[in-house]
Write a protein that binds this ligand. Structure first.
Ligand code: SAH
Ligand code: MG
Length: 214
């Protein structure tokens, strides 16, 4: 556990330790179902480490999906741009090499399946039930809704939906993750069970998940 947290803290990324610990606890809980834990938004692997370690302990795997080109706010000239992540050969952001180094350094390569692609396209092909879905991808309504619609129906009953960057007050930041969090609660099949600050943990209850807007 100490090594995992040290690797987490050393990795490039956006998740603070307190939210990371809440994600880690959720991952350990959900891994007990023996189903894969899936993340949307790998970036450089900071949060992936936590899912991977929890999955490894339970004999399952973490799957992490990202096109590795960065979100809108990570492009040149934007608030979260990191010049170290630009591929000199293409001039485009490429977080895949840093992600692979993170995972290698943490000794968790054997427990992670990395999918390079757009979340909705990957979700369309995915058929396996999941123990946990962690939504930490694009922050536009289009992306957040697509992540919810693509992945939430695949969460097994008893599994967890974890959403990052849930910010209720528009003065504090973007609202798209908050809106899918509200949407999940309104579905009637997700109950909030834990969370720290902007990280919310919801459990999938029995019943049909109808994907309605609002
Ligand atoms: N979970 C990471 C941070 C993720 S940042 C951590 O804890 O450090 C958000 C990531 O989502 C970026 O790497 C971006 O490339 C990815 N992303 C944004 N929209 C996406 C989409 N539609 N499909 C796949 N990945 C996407
Ligand atoms: Mg985030």
């Amino acid at each position: 556990m100490t090594d995992v947290l040290a690797a987490f803290e050393a990795a490039k990324g956006f998740m603070p330790l307190d939210e990371g610990l809440a994600l880690y606890a959720a991952a350990k809980d959900a891994a007990g179902l023996g189903l894969p834990l899936l993340e949307v938004g790998t970036y450089c692997g900071r949060s992936t480490i936590l899912l991977a370690d929890a999955a490894a302990d339970a004999g399952t795997v973490a799957v992490t999906v990202d096109h590795h080109r960065g979100s809108e706010e990570q492009q040149p000239g934007w608030e979260y741009h990191d010049a170290e992540l630009v591929d000199a050969a293409t001039g485009r952001t490429d977080t895949l090499p840093t992600f692979r180094r993170t995972l290698y350094g943490a000794g968790l390569e054997d427990h992670v399946i990395a999918v390079v692609g757009r979340s909705p396209q990957v979700a369309k092909l995915w058929r396996q039930p999941l123990g946990l879905v962690f939504v930490d991808g694009g922050h536009t309504d289009e992306h957040a809704n697509a992540d919810y619609e693509g992945w939430a129906p695949l969460i097994a009953v008893g599994g967890l939906l974890v959403i990052h960057d849930v910010i209720p007050d528009p003065a504090d930041g973007g609202q798209a993750p908050y809106r899918i969090y509200r949407r999940a609660l309104a579905s009637g099949v997700f109950t909030e069970v834990a969370g720290v600050r902007t990280l919310k943990v919801l459990r999938r209850e029995p019943g049909d998940l109808t994907l309605r807007t609002g």
